[in-house]
Ligand binder design. Structure first.
Ligand code: CP
Length: 317
């Protein structure tokens, strides 16, 4: 079957989604990231792996973590980095996404990191560029956020070592979450035996069970004995017409507080991709607790993004 992420030699040429990645490829990315993690702890945080290459961050949607960690990752690999300011670019004069990308290719850019509010945007761009250009999906609509899925898997492996004995709960706005989709696929591929989703019916896609998850509407039941809790942000910007109670009511019914965290295993970790809405999906006491690995997720994201760029550029096999 045609896999748009692979080149004609079967190597990873673009990173567009977790679907289509083999378990071996995911493990290769995680192992490569592990070797890059140490670079961030050195005095001189740089290696020459992408020297002479140009990485363009093209974000049509806002970002703090993904954009900056891609920039740091590219700089640690010694690439030149361009951050296109989409708001002040010629997009405002009607230039198409493809024309913008093609102009940057004419400036000899090699790797594009693209975030767009439309699902499929990165796939569309990847299908229109030459094979020597690499496209990384940094989040497309509610479809996919593959490097978030990979850095979350890296984080779980760091704290829990073995994927094949874990219970993982993903809590909140599953319907609008590209992070949830990428994580469900990654955890299934990596052999996690029990992935739970916990949400009100209005925030769950139809037939979500078909993705291999157990559905819980009651958070107290869903959190029982889990090893990992992934909290998700309520995505107000994608809430077109969805009926939700007030933020206070949502926090009461689905927010993660200390009493609910105590239902999970004693050594459970708490994750959140950010940005967090404190007091809406997560209590500050939990977000800042010893069990929270929310900031380590960000640090690990740099190593994972270094690994992805090095592998795409053929500098790490
Ligand atoms: N996790 C994540 O995608 O955060 P940003 O929107 O800040 O990039």
């Amino acid at each position: 079957m045609f896999n748009p992420q692979l080149n004609n030699k079967g190597n990873l040429n673009h990173l567009l989604s977790i679907e289509g990645l083999s378990k071996d490829k995911i493990i290769q990315i995680l192992d490569t990231a592990e070797s890059f993690l140490k670079i961030g702890e050195r005095d001189v945080k740089k290696v020459p792996i992408l020297r002479g290459k140009t990485v363009c961050n093209v974000f049509f949607e806002n970002s703090t973590r993904t954009r900056t960690t891609f920039e740091i990752a590219a700089k640690r690999l010694s690439a030149d980095v361009i951050n296109l300011n989409v708001a002040t670019s010629s997009q405002s004069k009607g230039e198409t996404v493809l024309d913008t990308i093609n102009n940057l290719i004419a400036m000899n850019a090699d790797i594009f990191v693209v975030r767009h509010s439309s699902s499929g945007a990165a796939h569309f761009i990847a299908s229109h560029v030459k094979p020597n250009i690499h496209i990384i999906n940094a989040g497309d609509g509610n479809h996919s956020h593959p490097t978030q899925g990979l850095l979350d898997a890296f984080t779980i492996r760091k704290y829990k070592t073995n994927f094949n004995k874990l219970k993982v709960a993903i809590v909140g706005d599953i319907l609008n979450s590209r992070v949830a989709r990428s994580n469900i696929h990654a955890l299934n591929i990596l052999g996690v035996p029990e992935v739970r989703v916990i949400a009100p019916k209005t925030l769950l896609p139809d037939e979500i069970e078909k993705l291999g998850v157990h559905v819980f509407y009651d958070i107290d039941k869903g959190l029982k004995d889990v090893d990992v809790i992934m909290m998700l942000r309520i995505q107000n910007e994608r809430m077109d017409g969805i009926m939700l109670p007030s933020q206070e009511e949502y926090f009461k019914t689905y927010g993660l507080n200390q009493a609910r965290l105590d239902l999970a295993k004693k050594d459970a970790i708490v994750m959140h991709p950010g940005p967090m809405n404190r007091g809406v999906e997560i209590d500050s006491v939990v977000a800042d607790s010893e069990q929270s690995v929310i900031l380590p997720q960000v640090t690990f994201g740099i190593a994972v993004r270094m690994a992805v760029m090095a592998i795409l550029a053929g500098q790490h096999s």
